[in-house]
Design a protein. Structure first.
Lengths: 137, 519
C-alpha cells in the first residue's frame, strides 16, 4: 500500500509541477491544486497508513493517527481558499493584461509595443494614484 | 486578566478585522476610527508583553488550556515581544499613512490590514509548527489582497507571481512539517527541540532534509537568494502604506528561521547541530551579492528601496549563519533599524513621487518638487541611516556586527560584502537623490504639497533611526538579553513543557554575559 501511495503522490506532484511550469494561468491554477492534493496525501502518509482503524484512542486494539487528519482538514480549507483566490486573480489578470500568460505578456522578456501603449494609456487614465508604466523599456 | 494577556495580540486584530468586515459598507470615517483605535490599543498591549519579557519571564499561553505538547501554545519570549512591539508600532504608523487616501480604493482595506497584523503577530508568538503555517497563511492571504488593493495592471502582474510563489512555498512548508511529524511525532517546537537531540544517526539525514525544506519555505517569505525575485516587483507595486507594513513581513521569515532552526538545529541538537549553517552562509552571501547588483540597476526609488530590503535580509542571514549571541545582538539592533528606515523610505518615496507628476518615483528628470527642502532633509536622514554612515543607527549596527565577527574565519568575505553593500547603496541613493531633487526640468512645480499627516508619519518613521542611535545603550542591552535568551533554548523548552511532565532537560549553566554592559 505504501508503494502505491508513494507512486500516487509522485504522479500528482509531477503533473502539478509540469502544469505549474506551463506559464499559462489556468494550467498554473490546476498545477497548484494538484500539488496541494499531493501534499495532503503526503501528510496522511506521515501519520502511518492504516486501514479500518478508528481515529479514537481506546476504542480498539490500535488506532490511526487523528492529528494528521486534523492537519489535512486545515490544509484543505486553506488550500481551497487559495485556489479560489488564484482563480479570481487569474481572471482579473486576463481581463487587465489582455492575455493569460503568467508574466502578463506573450513575448519572452519583452512587452509588445501595442500592449505597452495600451497599458500606459490605462495607467494615465488612473491619474496620479495609479502606478505609472515604465517610461522606456 | 494578566493571565490571558498573551493572547491579546491575536484576539485584538482578529475581532477588529471581523468587525470591519461587517462594517464594509459603513462610512469610511467610521471604519477609520475603529481601525485606528484598535491599532492604538495594540501598542500598549505589546509594550506590556515586552515589559514582562524583559523581566526574564517567558509567558506561555495554552490555547484551550490543553497542556503543552498536545495543545497549541503561544510563547512570548524577548524576541517575540520585541517583534510584536515593532509590528504594533509600524502597523499604527502605516495605518495612519494609509488613512489619508490609500484606503479609498476598496471597501476592505482596514479589515485586511488587521488580518495582516493578526497573521504577523500570531506567527511571532506561536510555539507550534503547524500553527505557524496557519498564521503564515493568514498573513499571506491578507497580503495578497492588500497587494492587489488599488488595482492597476502592474499590481495584478506582481500579485500573480507573488501569490503563485507563496502557494508553492506553503506546499513545501507542509512537506517539511509532515516529514518532521512523521519522524518525531510532535509539532510543538519545544518538544521537537527535545526529540531532535535524541535522534540517531540513521534518522538524521531525513530530519536534516526536512530542516532544509523548511529553510526554503521560510527563505521564500524572508526573500532569501533563490526565492527573492518576487520581492522587488511586489513591494514596489504595492500602495505605500502596504509596502511600509510589508517591511515587517520579510522579518517573519527571518524570525521563523531564527526560531525554528535555532531550536531544532542549535548546539544542543546532537547529531544535527549546526547542519544548517553552511547553507545559510552560501545563501546569505549570494543574497547580498545579487541584491547589490539589483540595487545598481534599480530605475525607480521604490525598487531601489526594495533591493535595500533584500540587502537587509542578506545581512541578517549572515549573522544567523555565524550563530554567535554576540553578533546576533547586533543583528537584532540592525533588524529594528532596517525595518523602520525601510518603511520610512517607502513612505517617503510616495511623498516624493506624488509631487513629480506622471514621472512618479522614476529616476529620470522631472518637474521640481513642491517641498524640495523638507523632503530632501528626510531623504538625507533615511539614506544616511540605511547606508550606514555615522552618526545614525545604521552605522551603530554595522559596528556591532563587525565587532562581533572580528575573529570569525570568514570575516574578510563578510566585511567586504557588507561594506560594498554600503558603498553601492551610497552611490545609488546619491545618484537617485540628485536626480529627484536637483535634475529638474524647467516646468513649474506642482502646487500640491504633501498631506500633513502623511508627512508627519513619514518623519516619525524615519526619526526612529536617530532615536535608536541616541538611545542605543538601552536598546543594545535589550538585544543582548534577547540574544542570550536565544542562545539558551532550554529556557524556552522549560517554559513551554514545564517541569510537570518530568522531561529530562539537561540545562547547563547560563553563559556569562558576552558584552560587559558596554554600548
Amino acid at each position: 500500500m505504501e508503494l502505491l501511495f508513494a507512486i500516487l503522490i509522485a504522479i500528482l506532484t509531477g503533473t502539478g509541477v509540469y502544469l505549474l511550469l506551463r506559464a499559462r494561468t489556468f494550467p498554473v491554477v490546476m498545477g497548484v491544486a494538484l500539488i496541494s492534493y499531493a501534499v495532503n496525501l503526503f501528510l496522511l502518509a506521515m501519520g502511518r497508513l492504516r486501514t479500518g482503524e478508528p481515529a479514537i484512542i481506546g476504542s480498539g486494539e490500535s488506532y490511526s493517527d487523528p492529528l494528521v487528519q486534523a492537519l489535512i482538514l486545515t490544509a484543505i480549507v486553506i488550500g481551497f481558499a487559495m485556489t479560489a483566490f488564484i482563480t479570481v486573480l487569474a481572471l482579473r489578470a486576463r481581463g487587465e493584461l489582455g492575455n493569460d500568460h503568467v508574466d502578463g505578456y506573450e513575448e519572452h522578456g519583452r512587452e509588445p509595443e501595442r500592449q505597452r501603449q495600451a497599458r500606459n494609456a490605462a495607467d494615465n487614465q488612473d491619474g496620479a494614484e495609479g502606478t505609472a508604466g515604465e517610461p522606456e523599456q | 486578566m494578566m493571565q490571558h494577556w498573551p493572547v491579546l495580540p491575536v484576539l485584538l486584530p482578529l475581532f477588529t478585522g471581523a468587525l470591519l468586515i461587517f462594517m464594509a459598507r459603513a462610512e469610511l470615517n467610521t471604519q477609520r476610527w475603529v481601525s485606528v483605535i484598535s491599532a492604538l490599543l495594540g501598542v500598549p498591549v505589546s509594550v506590556v508583553l515586552l515589559w514582562q519579557a524583559q523581566a526574564d519571564t517567558i509567558s506561555v499561553y495554552n490555547m484551550g488550556n490543553w497542556p503543552a505538547p498536545f495543545g497549541i501554545v503561544l510563547v512570548i519570549d524577548r524576541l517575540s515581544a520585541l517583534l510584536l512591539t515593532m509590528t504594533a508600532v509600524l502597523g499604527l504608523l502605516a495605518l495612519l499613512f494609509g488613512m489619508r487616501g490609500d484606503d479609498r480604493f476598496g471597501r476592505n482595506y482596514h479589515a485586511l490590514f488587521h488580518f495582516l497584523l493578526l497573521g504577523v503577530q500570531g506567527a511571532f508568538m506561536t510555539g507550534d509548527l503547524f500553527n505557524l503555517f496557519v498564521f503564515f497563511e493568514v498573513l499571506l492571504i491578507a497580503s495578497y489582497a492588500l497587494l492587489m488593493h488599488g488595482a492597476g495592471p502592474e499590481r495584478t502582474r506582481a500579485s500573480f507571481h507573488y501569490v503563485i510563489l507563496n502557494v508553492a512555498g506553503s506546499a513545501i512548508f507542509l512537506i517539511g512539517i509532515g516529514t518532521l511529524y512523521g519522524m518525531l511525532g510532535t509539532l510543538n517546537l519545544a518538544d521537537l527541540a527535545l526529540r531532535v537531540s535524541e535522534v540517531g544517526p540513521e534518522d538524521a539525514p531525513i530530519i536534516r532534509a526536512a530542516g532544509l525544506i523548511m529553510l526554503m519555505a521560510f527563505g521564500l517569505k524572508a526573500a532569501m537568494l533563490p526565492m527573492y525575485f518576487w520581492l522587488p516587483a511586489a513591494y514596489s507595486a504595492a500602495s505605500p502604506s502596504v509596502a511600509a507594513l510589508f517591511a515587517i513581513m520579510t522579518k517573519v521569515g527571518l524570525y521563523a528561521i531564527l526560531r525554528v532552526h535555532g531550536l531544532l538545529f542549535g548546539d544542543h541538537a546532537g547529531a544535527l547541530a549546526g547542519s544548517m549553517q553552511i547553507w545559510l552562509w552560501i545563501l546569505s552571501i549570494g543574497t547580498l551579492t545579487l541584491a547589490i547588483i539589483g540595487l545598481v540597476a534599480a530605475r525607480t526609488l521604490k525598487r531601489a528601496v526594495s533591493y535595500l530590503v533584500v540587502i537587509s535580509v542578506g545581512t541578517v542571514l549572515t549573522t544567523l549563519a555565524i550563530n554567535d549571541p554576540n553578533v546576533l545582538s547586533g543583528a537584532l539592533y540592525y533588524l529594528i533599524h532596517s525595518t523602520f528606515v525601510v518603511a520610512g523610505l517607502y513612505l517617503l518615496a510616495e511623498l516624493i513621487g506624488a509631487q513629480r507628476g506622471t514621472t512618479r518615483d522614476y529616476l529620470t528628470p522631472a518637474q521640481p518638487l513642491a517641498q524640495p527642502n523638507t523632503l530632501g532633509i528626510m531623504y538625507f536622514i533615511g539614506a544616511t541611516a540605511i547606508i550606514g554612515l555615522p552618526p545614525l543607527s545604521g552605522f551603530m549596527s554595522k559596528v556591532l556586527i563587525f565587532r562581533g565577527t572580528v575573529t570569525h574565519p570568514l570575516a574578510p568575505l563578510l566585511w567586504t560584502l557588507l561594506l560594498l553593500a554600503g558603498l553601492i547603496a551610497l552611490i545609488t541613493l546619491v545618484r537617485a537623490g540628485s536626480t529627484l531633487f536637483w535634475r529638474t526640468n524647467r516646468q513649474p512645480p506642482t502646487p500640491r504639497k504633501a498631506d500633513p499627516v502623511k508627512f508627519g508619519v513619514t518623519l516619525v518613521t524615519l526619526l526612529f533611526s536617530p532615536a535608536l542611535a541616541i538611545w542605543a545603550e538601552p536598546v543594545i542591552q535589550f538585544t543582548e538579553s534577547v540574544a542570550l535568551q536565544l542562545n539558551a533554548p532550554w529556557q524556552y523548552i522549560d517554559a513551554v513543557l514545564g517541569s510537570g511532565l518530568n522531561l529530562a532537560v539537561d540545562a547547563p549553566a547560563l553563559p556569562p554575559p558576552l558584552l560587559g554592559g558596554q554600548p
